[in-house]
Every structure is written in structure tokens, then in C-alpha cells.
Design a protein around this ligand. Structure first.
Ligand code: ATP
Ligand code: MN
Ligand code: MN
Length: 308
């Protein structure tokens, strides 16, 4: 699966074929963004968002009455599912309720029609459920943590991933933090990937306990950054690159080049309103080479030593 190619100079937004009911329904009332506005955003960013949301099990944050109304985090298909959305059968739970997937822009419009304001994919594809093709390290600043420290944490994580032969890519969460994402060649299975990411988070917390924690349970989070590695277990999700967030401001999760990441770009700087302009004026994909950089998770050290 290829990362989105940089768009042509002025790419025509993709055509929509899925009919929207109530296109004027306000999803982000403060910003005046309607259901149709969300559909237009997705049509514009389709080539960029597609690699992250097609062919994977998805969880959705659905808000039928917009961000101020009732919301539910939905992992399974529902009755009356839009026909452009596909059902995915978890091979480990063939009798269980089907999961949700999409294959194309019509599917994404089906999600918009279903009031999916946030799209949260698995880190594995439906072609290979047991072997993740990416890691997401979620940096959650506790209360009182200055933003430059979150930026430093992301850079530190990148260095540590590189020490293990992995490439790190950074995106804003569109909320309070940053996500560092590493492409994997899908070889190791979930338990090994989870163990690897836990070790990574634990090492960071052990080396600088004043700054980092790796367990959620600790009330010590205040003033520290939680290195949340739990996105990397079977069935867990993280918000997709380019997905909108159901929060005031209509921020999106925005992939950045490492040299763009500085104190000036906050976690919610990029939004549904300014992202299309950013993409139209970018010279190249900020995550250029993502898939090409995929490496296998290294074998645990003890086993490697034994193997010579
Ligand atoms: P922030 O920067 O504000 O932390 P975030 O997207 O990283 O934004 P987190 O609270 O850290 O938010 O959550 C990490 C991920 O956990 C989410 O992106 C989502 O995929 C998943 N998640 C969120 N809510 C739920 C939920 N109710 N049930 C299961 N998983 C959830
Ligand atoms: Mn987070
Ligand atoms: Mn988190």
C-alpha cells in the first residue's frame, strides 16, 4: 500500500456519489461546519487520507448531532449500515459481530453520512490481521506540561525507534498531544509488537522519570508525559492521519515533517479549514517514504544473540 502521492498542482476534488441526508446539519457549530462541509473536506483530502483508512478495521466516533450532542465510539457494524461501508469478519472471532471497513471514497462518504466525525483504524490491515504494519506511540502530556517538552519527547522517541532500526514519523493528534508512527513490515504479531512498544515506553520513563511515565494508572502523570503504548495491541486503535476530531476547533490529526515540528505548531493547529490549503501548497508529502521505510521488528536481543 503506497503512501499518498503529493497532489497535482490543483487537483480537482473527488466527485461524491453518496447522497447525504441533512447536509446542513451542524457538526461543529462554533465553526459553522456542516455534514456537507465534512464531506467536502474528505473529498479534498481523499488521496492523502486513503492509505490510513482503507482496507483496515475501523472504529468510529459517531456524533449524529454534532460535537455537542451524544457520541459513541463504535467498533462494530450496526443495523442499516450504509451500503458503501463493508463488513469485516475478524478471523479470530468468526461468530462475533462484524467490524467496519471501507475501500473507497464512497465508503468514506458512507462514514460521513453515518456521522463519523473521527476515524480510528487498527495498526494492521484486513489482509493480515495478526501482523501490524505500523506502530503508534501516543504522547499524552499531563496537566502543566509545556508544549516544547512534548516536541522533545517526540524527537526522543524517533531516536529510540531508529536505534531499533525503525523510522519514526510525527503527526499532531488534533487534540492535546503528538503521535509518533513507525511503519513496520508486517512480520511480528501483536504480542511481540506490544511487548516492544512497552519496552520502549518503559525505557524512556526509566531514563527520565521526571519527564515521562509509561503506565496510565500512576497518579504521577501530572507534570509528566504519558508514553501511551497501548495503541499497539490487538483491537486497539489510534486516530487516522487526516481524520477530523470531534472537538471544538475542528482540528485534524496532521502529519508533519520533522523540521516543521517546533513550538509554533500546536497539537490542534491544523484544522478541517486550513488542511486543504496546506496540502495544495505543500511541495511533497510530509510523510514521504513512509511505506518504503517499513522495517521488520528486530528479534528480541536474547534470541538474536543465541542465533549468533
Ligand atoms: P490527545 O492528543 O488529546 O491525547 P488522542 O487521539 O491521542 O488525542 P487519547 O485519549 O490519547 O486521544 O486516545 C488514544 C486513542 O484511543 C484514540 O485515538 C482512540 O483510537 C482510542 N480511543 C479513544 N476513545 C476510546 C474509547 N472510548 N474506547 C476505546 N478506544 C478509544
Ligand atoms: Mn493521545
Ligand atoms: Mn492516550
Amino acid at each position: 500500500r503506497e503512501t499518498a502521492k503529493p497532489a497535482a498542482k490543483h487537483p480537482a476534488p473527488q466527485r461524491r456519489r453518496v447522497r447525504l441526508t441533512h447536509p446542513d446539519r451542524l457538526y461543529w457549530p462554533e465553526e459553522g461546519v456542516t455534514k456537507e462541509g465534512l464531506a467536502d473536506y474528505h473529498a479534498e483530502v481523499w488521496r492523502w487520507i486513503a492509505p490510513w483508512i482503507t482496507g483496515r478495521p475501523l472504529a468510529l466516533l459517531r456524533c449524529p448531532n454534532g460535537i455537542d450532542g451524544e457520541r459513541f465510539f463504535q467498533k462494530h457494524a450496526w443495523k442499516g449500515l450504509n451500503p458503501h461501508i463493508s463488513l469485516l469478519r475478524d478471523p479470530k472471532e468468526p461468530q462475533g459481530e462484524p467490524l467496519i471497513g471501507i475501500e473507497d471514497l464512497d465508503g468514506l462518504m458512507g462514514l460521513v453520512q453515518s456521522a463519523a466525525l473521527e476515524i480510528h483504524p487498527w495498526g494492521a490491515t484486513a489482509a493480515d490481521w495478526e501482523r501490524p504494519d505500523m506502530i503508534t506511540m501516543d504522547l499524552d502530556p499531563g496537566e502543566g506540561v509545556a508544549w516544547p517538552l512534548v516536541v522533545e519527547a517526540a524527537r526522543e522517541l524517533r531516536r529510540r525507534l531508529e536505534d531499533h532500526g525503525l523510522a519514526g514519523f510525527v503527526k499532531t493528534s488534533g487534540g492535546k498531544g503528538l503521535h509518533v508512527v513507525a511503519p513496520l513490515r508486517p512480520q511480528a504479531e501483536w504480542p511481540a509488537v506490544k511487548a516492544f512498544t512497552k519496552a520502549l515506553a518503559d525505557a524512556m520513563a526509566a531514563d527520565d522519570p521526571g519527564r515521562y511515565v509509561s503506565t496510565i494508572s500512576k497518579a504521577r502523570r501530572r507534570g509528566r508525559i504519558l508514553i501511551d503504548y497501548l495503541r499497539n495491541q490487538r483491537g486497539a486503535t489510534a486516530v487516522a492521519a487526516y481524520s477530523t476530531r470531534a472537538r471544538p476547533g475542528a482540528a485534524v490529526s496532521a502529519p508533519l515533517r520533522w523540521d516543521e515540528l517546533d513550538a509554533g505548531i500546536g497539537p490542534a493547529w491544523f484544522t478541517l479549514q486550513n488542511m486543504p490549503t496546506r496540502l495544495a501548497t505543500l511541495g511533497s508529502d510530509p510523510w514521504d517514504g513512509f511505506r518504503a521505510a517499513a522495517a521488520p521488528l528486530e528479534a528480541p536481543r536474547s534470541r538474536r544473540r543465541k542465533a549468533g
